[in-house]
Design a protein around this ligand. Sequence first.
Ligand SMILES: O=C[C@H](O)COP(=O)(O)O
Length: 252
Amino acid sequence: MSIRRKLIAGNWKMNGLKADSAELASALAARWNAGPRPDCDLLVCPPFPLIVPVAAALAGTAIAVGAQDCHAKTAGAHTGDVAAPLLADLGCTAVIVGHSERRADHGESDSAVKAKAEAALAAGLIAIVCVGETLEQREAGRTLEVNTSQLRGSLPAGATAANLVIAYEPVWAIGTGRVATPAQAQEVHAVLRAELIALLGAETAAATRILYGGSMKPDNATELLSLPDVDGGLIGGASLKAADFWAIATAG
Ligand SMILES: O=C[C@H](O)COP(=O)(O)O
């Protein structure tokens, strides 16, 4: 049995209004209360303004709440940004940093992602650091080099197995329905694990969770989650349906 407890995290992205999130969070709480409960850690990451009501709806369950981004600074003149200490104050336990959509939409570099991850750790949050290659990079045979380089550049100082989660998300698999094959996922996860050994030491690397993200659904989750170096999922589209999210969580 793995020493790593699986983590199934839902990234709701920029979806839903207040009522939709209330319905989704209540449906998850109802499943939690009714049981049977999945044998893994559960996390949902709603849009910023919905963090508080979602946390309230999930109170009394062990379904944690996280955010989708944070700023590298703790406070100041940064219009539109949100600081990690505020996320912690609102009840978040984790924050996603360096998602490929933020790297693409906001030009976030590895060093920016590293600074955000360090802000997350300083605020007592788990940093979920995302890496992943584009289709062009994969077709050019650069997959392993791109992922290891992003990991090296984005890794926060002070990372431990308790405060760091890595998410491998091939960009070409996100929201496309085109999922990585088990062989493709395991190959990258194993290389990321080897890089973590070099960066953090064997003991920490062996205990650090590496999630897969990219069109994970109830019908492919069991296969992906059974791979030796896949320690959970970062779920986009399927996390917006309580039944699908629950099916993935119970598949592992
Ligand atoms: O953060 C989640 C990922 O980008 C995966 O999204 P997806 O499950 O909709 O492909």
